[in-house]
Write a protein that binds this ligand. Structure first.
Ligand code: SF4
Length: 106
């Protein structure tokens, strides 16, 4: 199996730490457009209020800190926008610290 993103493997579906605890997921304008098309939601719905135009835009998080688009079903997690997920998600883990988090959950 080709691992594109942690959430795509069986282990990652049980973990999803990256989608629960990621501090800020930055979005490009193109990514925002893609998400609006896919979800039919206005970007105000899924943009973090911390995101300001001059600082970039960031994904909204739920009250528990999980990503707005993270679904949970009986302990199994999935990304509801997987095909249009941001680059930062596609590239996770992208540094040794992130890889360490992944390794500790295997
Ligand atoms: S957009 Fe998807 S892959 Fe990215 S943090 Fe949210 S749930 Fe995870």
């Amino acid at each position: 199996m080709v691992v594109e993103n942690n959430i795509s493997t069986e282990i990652c579906k049980k973990c999803a730490d990256c989608c629960k605890n990621y501090p800020l997921v930055e979005l490009s304008k193109n990514e925002i457009n893609s998400l609006e098309l896919l979800t039919r939601l206005h970007f105000d719905t899924f943009i973090n209020s911390k995101g300001k135009a001059d600082e970039g835009y960031f994904l909204q998080f739920k009250e528990n800190g999980y990503c707005f688009f993270l679904n949970e079903n009986n302990g199994s997690y999935s990304c509801s926008i997987y095909e249009a997920r941001p680059e930062i998600c596609k590239n996770y883990p992208s540094n040794p610290k992130q890889q360490e988090v992944c390794n500790s959950n295997r």
